[in-house]
Write a protein that binds this ligand. Structure first.
Ligand SMILES: [Cu+2]
Length: 131
């Protein structure tokens, strides 16, 4: 009888401790998690809707990238990412690897050759979507 009462007490204490840690620890943890994200704006050679789709699709699959948005009129990519999981350099390299300039990182030549003419840097050919 005495043993079972002790056991009941100790499980109550455990329950209370886990409840208190949930209440006090989680808001702190949540706050730390939210502040871990960085936002990066990269200048790019994206010209049209096709470029936008290609870059966004690729970056949004990247580890550490929360969300990537291309503004092809302003020629920018805005990337929200976790700096503990990826870096600005890695993001720029991925953009280059699919054929687009990313700040001072020039587009990978072979990747750029595979793009539609209007999406190649400096071709001056208007994209269908832009007409
Ligand atoms: Cu394009």
């Amino acid at each position: 009888m005495l043993i079972s009462k002790n056991m009941k007490n100790s499980s109550l204490v455990i329950l209370l401790v886990s409840f208190l840690s949930l209440v006090f620890v989680s808001p702190v943890a949540a706050k730390a998690k939210a502040s871990k994200m960085d936002t990066l704006v990269i200048k790019t050679s994206a010209e049209c809707e096709m470029c936008k789709t290609a870059i966004e699709k690729k970056l949004n699959l990247m580890k550490g990238v929360k969300v990537a948005t291309v503004d092809f009129v302003a020629h920018t990519v805005t990337v929200v990412y976790n700096p503990e999981k990826t870096t600005a350099d890695k993001i720029r390299k991925v953009i280059s690897s699919i054929g687009y300039d990313a700040d001072d990182v020039k587009a990978n030549n072979r990747a750029q050759q595979r793009l539609p003419d209007c999406c190649k840097t400096g071709m001056g050919v208007p994209c269908e979507e832009k007409k």
